[in-house]
Design a protein. Structure first.
Length: 587
């Protein structure tokens, strides 16, 4: 092993560790990798910059913009609502139609966007018909991932791997070159979920929301005497949540009630405060702040105008990384947050200090018009909501036409694939299917930076010989086995790396190793590249893939719920790939 190989392998291991531990954001790690490779002279500055000018970045950004056009014209939303209508009262029919619908949709638009659209629709239909949303949401996420394997544009991972192939003197994959394997995997996965998998999904009882979140619905009214420490202070200065861990739901006073008071609202002597919290915390407040607990509820609020609902933190929400206090959630939305559901656990203590993450489900309480308005916010997804965002419905047919035309032009080879989709994205904006601002908001810049950084690491692995070194080790371990064993080893290596890493990062790290292994074994490199792409796209064994995170909270799932069904779906993908890849791309 040369010094260069050793350095690259050390950088590779450190990259995996840093991304897995999330010490820094993944895009920062990717940029740090690029800088390190340049300073260690493993790649030139020109090679480093080549990754940021790669056609895959243009194509991914363009596909995301066109996806946004489909979303903002209401096309995807109409599909979800139509599925709910034709399903009637049959839960099995709804299960099958929703699964087929999102699988087909995700073959052409971003799977995370498709999942974000379907989650509130499916949750709303399930609750109206007294079904458990948990029975449908996990299959929904799996279906979106399965659909992404069917075409080149189904996932950014496919695009990134395909665009990297010319560096290895291989032609990029075609738009539908994935279809024979991807569609077969999707069909196998759907059959499994319908016949077996849905029986393994826990039937979460639809109890009262407060019970689901383990929130003690202990509502208490306290009287603020003139001598109380709270009298004359603002809601903000009282620090009821921070010091006493109780939520102020409203103020009852002569002259009118105040629901979800503003942080600068003054607490006056003789006010009645409606509090929600644990009994011990309310008693602690009584002792410290010299307030009186009212023995009976005054009934000062019209309960018909107050509701408790669930909202989901959207994948690219501005709230991610902020606490409720930092984001000024109460004054921004006019709602109280009673609990946060995250990764199978209900968080109800010290809510103001918890930093929000993508996929968190918040239990909020407030006036019905305030709750209903959440349906038009991009930062939050109202689960089972009836509010309809301001879709540009008149542009729906035009958006579909532009999308189909872009695909047709790329398949026909009229222009380079990336340029076809760039032209389509431009037309989406110029024709008013979405605004320029909306186009920018839907581009996942983190993914683009990640792919650029990982591409540079792939170049270093190839030029330094480290990819060949790892491939030689793998080849020696499987030399006594049939050649297909090497293909199987690469599949599982990629799948395992997608658990701590993003799909695209895992695929781009394994790709140079796979191609070097194919060269060392004298096998068809294109089949090896296809196997890596399929394996990188199937990340369902744990709930940390973005589409799975979106259903984790709303479905009230536990970690093992995903492991059971995810492992079976992954095994189906493996068996189908092992059967078809050697047939379609003979080794």
């Amino acid at each position: 092993m040369t010094l260069e190989i050793a350095i690259v392998l050390v950088i590779l291991v450190l990259t995996i560790v840093l991304m897995a531990t999330e010490l820094w954001p993944v895009e920062v790690v990717a940029l740090l990798v690029v800088v390190t490779l340049v300073f260690t002279k493993l790649i030139t500055p020109e090679q480093a910059l080549d990754g940021f000018g790669d056609a895959s970045l243009v194509m991914i950004a363009s596909v995301l913009v066109m996806t946004a056009g489909i979303v903002h014209t209401g096309v995807a939303n109409r599909l979800g609502l139509w599925i709910g209508q034709i399903s009637g009262r049959s839960s099995l029919r709804f299960f099958i139609f929703s699964l087929l619908g999102i699988t087909c949709l995700s073959a052409f638009i971003n799977n995370v966007a498709a999942t974000a659209i379907f989650v509130p629709i499916v949750t709303g239909v399930a609750r109206r018909k007294k079904w458990s949303p948990a029975q449908f949401l996990m299959p929904l996420a799996f279906g979106s991932i399965l659909g992404g394997t069917c075409t080149l544009i189904g996932t950014s991972t496919n695009v990134a791997i395909s665009s990297s192939l010319p560096r290895y003197q291989l032609a990029p994959f075609g738009i539908f070159e994935f279809a024979p394997v991807g569609v077969s995997i999707a069909c196998g996965g759907i059959l499994y979920l319908v016949l077996v998998g849905r029986r393994w999904i826990p039937d979460r009882t639809q109890a009262d929301l407060a019970q689901q979140y383990h929130v003690k619905e202990f509502l208490t009214e306290i009287i603020v005497p003139p001598a109380s420490q709270l009298a004359g202070k603002t809601v903000y200065d009282c620090e009821l949540q921070l010091r006493f861990e109780v939520n102020l739901l409203g103020v009852i006073r002569e002259g009118g009630n105040i629901l979800v008071p503003h942080p600068r609202q003054e607490i006056r002597p003789n006010d009645l405060l409606l509090l929600e919290g644990k009994l011990e915390n309310i008693l602690h407040l009584k002792e410290v702040a010299n307030v009186e607990i009212r023995a009976e509820r005054a009934g000062g609020f019209d309960s018909d105008k107050v509701q408790m609902r669930e909202v989901l933190i959207a994948p690219r929400s501005e709230l991610i990384g902020q606490t409720l206090k930092e984001s000024q959630f109460r004054q921004r939305y006019g709602l109280n947050v009673l609990a946060i559901y995250r990764q199978g656990e209900s968080l109800i203590d010290k809510l103001g200090r918890i930093r929000l993450e993508a996929g968190d489900t918040l239990l909020v309480q407030g006036e019905d018009d305030r709750v209903g308005s959440l349906g038009v916010h991009q930062d939050l997804i109202l689960l089972g909501g009836t509010a309809v965002p301001a879709y540009r419905r008149r542009k729906a047919a035009l958006a579909i036409f532009i999308f189909v035309l872009s695909i047709a032009a790329s398949v026909a080879g009229v222009l380079p694939v990336a340029f076809c989709f760039l032209l389509g994205a431009t037309m989406m904006v110029l024709t008013g299917c979405l605004s320029t601002q909306q186009a920018y908001e839907h581009i996942d810049w983190r993914v683009l930076l990640l792919i650029a950084g990982m591409s540079s690491l792939g170049v270093a692995m190839k030029s330094s010989g480290s990819a060949g070194y790892v491939a030689a080790v793998m080849h020696s371990l499987t030399a006594s086995l049939p050649p297909i064993a090497l293909l199987a080893a690469l599949f599982w290596m990629t799948v395992l790396l997608t658990q701590p890493l993003s799909n695209a990062a895992a695929g781009l790290l394994v790709l140079p190793i796979a191609l070097a292994a194919a060269e060392a074994a004298g096998k068809n490199p294109r089949g090896f590249a296809m196997m890596v792409a399929i394996a990188a796209s199937i990340s369902v064994m744990t709930p940390f893939e973005p589409a799975c995170l979106l259903v984790y909270g709303p479905g009230k799932y536990q970690f093992l719920d995903f492991v059971k069904n995810g492992a079976a779906v992954t095994m189906i993908a493996f068996l189908v790939s092992m059967l078809l890849v050697p047939l379609l791309w003979p080794l």
